[in-house]
Design a binder for this molecule. Structure first.
Ligand code: 5GP
Length: 135
């Protein structure tokens, strides 16, 4: 995997506002938050996108995500939040080291804006089978 800004943060070469660290996971505040408390959670394992992450690294992230979300809510006073995880430039990924955004939704409207436009589900039975066959 190519070097990213998060590799440098993991090595301590550039600073971050750290909120959590264990053997497998680091969480820190986003440098350009879209809401107060916008936090990034990254695996220490280098992987560009979620589909390339090992089960163990994914489990380590999953284990701490709810606790981190609770802490972000408690510290900011927000009652709602989104978890966002982008993969690939067309999907808005800018840093190619897996990361989860925890983004509080505040009463002032700051937080994640979502444009959600549903398409027609045409081939759902065949598609579900095709995906299942790839697992
Ligand atoms: P993406 O669009 O890849 O899902 O989001 C990358 C996030 O990383 C952005 O929200 C951006 O603000 C954040 N980011 C980029 N560089 C740095 C940095 O040097 N430090 C911190 N703390 N966050 C960063």
């Amino acid at each position: 995997m190519a070097e990213t800004i998060f590799s440098k943060i993991l090595r301590g070469d550039i600073p971050c506002h750290r909120v959590y660290e264990d053997d497998h996971v680091l969480a820190f505040l986003d440098v350009n938050p879209i809401a107060r408390g916008h936090t990034l959670v990254i695996p220490k394992e280098p992987a560009e996108t979620l589909d390339k992450l090992s089960d163990d690294a994914a489990a380590a992230i999953g284990r701490v995500l709810p606790r981190l979300a609770r802490a972000v809510l408690a510290a900011t006073g927000a009652e709602s939040f989104n978890v966002l995880q982008n993969n690939g430039a067309p999907a808005h990924q800018a840093v190619f080291h897996v990361h989860f955004h925890i983004i509080p939704k505040h009463a002032d409207g700051t937080g994640l804006g979502i444009g959600w436009k549903a398409i027609k589900a045409e081939d759902a039975p065949a598609l579900a089978k095709a995906i299942a066959a790839k697992l």
